[in-house]
Design a protein around this ligand. Structure first.
Ligand SMILES: Cc1cc2nc3c(=O)[nH]c(=O)nc-3n(C[C@H](O)[C@H](O)[C@H](O)COP(=O)(O)OP(=O)(O)OC[C@H]3O[C@@H](n4cnc5c(N)ncnc54)[C@H](O)[C@@H]3O)c2cc1C
Length: 638
């Protein structure tokens, strides 16, 4: 039987179409999907090799091209067999050997558990079901308020809905989406693969791009909110101003601003999913208020302003400034990039690639292929942790951080040289002083190529002042501009700011954090703040693993805490002070072995006290083990 006669409904899908689809497949993902379906031992025998991705910061576990044809042949035979069996997804027991086959190495229990959840074979892979029967009436008047309708808040709401706990979501913006609602500047898109940057409970979405654009992400967010029936419980243009613990009622009293009105309400539980990147940072530059031309922060893009033929300044060369600069440079008459600190920027293949119909068809048709494709992204991401740990022996020999980190520095330095050569002293200006990965790695969206354009200038002298008509640099060069784009990032360490939280006995966040900035227990709970949880709180940013995996894991932990409280007929759950302190002590000790505090000062990973307040020191699997469920002994549940 020819492929064209196979069980295919779309006319376009003929032999040639399927051959093209298989040519575009990830061979390792295809191999695993096929092996699970066919048990063909020859597929298990194929060697897996590692190839560097993004300048070597990440890896892919791939199949040597010598074996591609045989995998494709077998896949074509399977897909063209009208009587082909479609087995159910691998069980937990079946999955581990398959995952090891995929990686070509053994994996431990935590790697298995995390990876199995990421594979997404279960409908909601990070579910927390009830552990005992609960009278549904108990939940009737149980109020949970979630602050934020970005990806974190939505994950929490979906998780609680599974338990029958209906939450109310509030957001100060006039629409849902958080980061992706406000960051609609030109070229805004993710810098991690889309197939990683999505919920594992909602992973068969028909994505258009391998690195989703901002409009696609918003569509996905809206799709998720509607699929999970959350929309009618969302209150937009509603800002929480303060939250006070009411010991008599064992509830939080919330003060909400809706337009000019202030509304007060009570809630049994508050979950802050208020985001890390929600308070735009306006650069503290002399005279900034005097500029009479067009000026806006990247979160506040004025789409009515046409940059064509204009003189433009971009202040900031972090992820955002770097991402949008090339598109602006194409339109501008002249563009000047004001760089305070150069960043490590990695090349990336297929950053603008769209899914072809063939690829989409394969995802929809080859059972399990999508899951293994997602697993490929998960596995590739783990590698990045190799660059974080300080190696004392290496440092004693005069090295920096560790050998792999230095190798990465060499690769990235060579990449910069390849791109800009010896033009105008650019190369020297573009080499960061800090070690790679001590700050967020930036993607090359054409930044170096754009710097080679005749209408683009890199100014690294620092800014002396902004005048009514332009910018004067420290070196004394004045330039006039029609538009100044402020890409100076966000006040990341201001967790929950400016909401005034007051916990038990009137304790405030300022009091809890007065020594060296924001801290939490496992990033989620705070002593003195009963029934209060945070997603992506202090030190929540893991060393690897996708954002969505983590918000699902953190949501599961929160659901576990709330469900445990309800299962025990209690009305409060609060982390004990000694658990919080013990955890933070261990974290500080672990942090001493990681590069952020020694190499990343000045970047947003490190707070104003010089402490790493955003990232965590442990490996992703170590932290995962700590937050799979709550340790009841860490909490007072009453
Ligand atoms: C430009 C940009 C690009 C990014 N790209 C990536 C990427 O490629 N990969 C990646 O992993 N991460 C990326 N991030 C990080 C990104 O923020 C997270 O991936 C994710 O979208 C954050 O979701 P969140 O729900 O935690 O927070 P947010 O999306 O920030 O949502 C928080 C919400 O809380 C609301 N809120 C805050 N305070 C209050 C209040 N007091 N009252 C009411 N509502 C409030 C806000 O209005 C907001 O809607 C990027 C961030 C930015 C800014």
């Amino acid at each position: 039987m020819s492929i064209a006669e196979a069980e295919v409904t779309d006319e376009k899908v003929d032999d040639a179409f399927i051959v093209r689809a298989l040519k575009q497949a990830d061979m390792n993902a295809l191999r695993l999907a096929l092996y699970h379906q066919t048990d063909d031992a020859a597929l298990a025998d194929i060697e897996v090799i590692s190839i560097p991705v993004r300048g070597g910061a990440f890896e892919a576990r791939v199949i040597h091209r010598d074996h591609h044809d045989i995998i494709r042949e077998k896949a074509a035979a399977y897909l063209s067999d009208p009587k082909r069996q479609i087995k159910p997804p691998p069980s937990v027991e079946q999955a581990k050997p398959l995952m090891e086959l995929f990686q070509g190495r053994t994996i431990d229990d935590a790697a298995f558990a995390f990876g199995y959840e990421d594979l997404g074979f279960a409908d909601v892979p990070r579910d927390r079901p009830w552990k005992k029967e609960i009278d549904p009436k108990k939940l009737d008047n149980f109020e949970v308020t979630i602050i934020g309708t970005g990806f974190s808040g939505i994950a929490a709401a979906v998780q609680l809905d599974r338990l029958g706990i209906k939450s109310t979501m509030i957001d100060r913006y006039d629409d849902i989406g958080g980061t992706w609602h406000v960051n609609d500047y030109p070229e805004a898109r993710v810098d991690v693969p889309t197939f990683l940057y999505q919920y594992k409970f909602e992973h068969d979405y028909p994505w258009k791009s391998f690195f989703a654009t901002q409009p696609e992400l918003l569509d996905y967010i809206n799709h998720t909110v509607d699929t999970y029936g959350l929309r009618e419980r969302i209150e937009l243009s509603t800002e929480i101003k303060s939250a006070r613990w009411d010991e008599a009622n064992k509830k939080w009293t919330l003060e909400l601003q809706k337009g000019d009105d202030i509304e007060t309400r009570q809630s049994d539980v508050v979950i802050s999913a208020a985001g890390l990147f929600t308070t735009p940072k306006l650069p503290d530059i002399e005279g900034i208020e005097n500029f009479t031309g067009e000026m806006f922060h990247t979160t506040n893009w004025n789409h009515d302003f046409d940059p064509t033929g204009k003189k433009i300044a971009v202040i900031g060369t972090g992820s955002t400034g770097t991402q949008l600069m090339p598109a602006l440079a194409e339109k501008a008459q002249e563009l000047t990039v004001y760089q305070r600190t150069p960043n490590w920027i990695t090349p990336i293949d297929g950053y603008h690639a769209k899914l072809t119909p063939e690829q989409q068809w394969l995802f929809d048709t080859m059972p399990g292929y999508r899951n293994w494709f997602i697993y490929q992204q998960h596995v590739g991401d783990i590698w990045v942790q190799n660059f974080h740990e300080m190696d004392p022996e290496w440092i004693a020999k005069g090295g920096r951080v560790n050998e792999k980190n230095e190798k990465l520095r060499e690769n990235l330095t060579a990449y910069i040289h390849k791109k800009v050569g010896d033009k105008d002293g650019l190369f020297d200006k573009l080499i960061p002083e800090y070690a790679p990965l001590a700050r967020r790695l930036v993607i090359d969206n054409g930044f170096y190529d754009a710097l080679m354009r005749n209408n683009v200038t890199l100014e690294s002298d620092g800014i002396e002042e902004i005048t009514a008509t332009g910018i004067t640099s420290v070196g004394g060069t004045s330039r006039e501009f029609d538009l100044i784009v402020l890409g100076a990032g966000f006040h990341v360490s201001r967790y929950f700011w400016p909401v005034e939280y007051q916990g038990r006995d009137g304790i405030t966040l300022e009091q809890l954090w007065n020594k060296d900035g924001a801290r939490a227990h496992k990033s989620i709970t705070l002593p003195g703040f009963p029934n209060f949880f945070v997603i992506y709180g202090p030190n929540a940013q893991a060393r690897a693993g996708s954002f969505h995996s983590w918000v699902e894991i953190l949501s599961r932990y929160i659901a576990d805490a709330i469900a445990t409280m309800i299962e025990k007929d209690a009305s409060t759950i609060e982390v004990k002070k000694d658990a919080f302190e013990g955890y933070n002590k261990r974290m500080d000790e672990a942090m001493r072995h990681i590069l952020w505090e020694s190499e990343g000062q000045g970047g947003y990973y490190v707070n104003e006290y010089g402490r790493s307040g955003v990232n965590m020191p442990w490996t992703m699997y170590e932290f995962y083990q700590m937050v799979r469920e709550i340790e009841p002994d860490d909490f007072t549940i009453a």
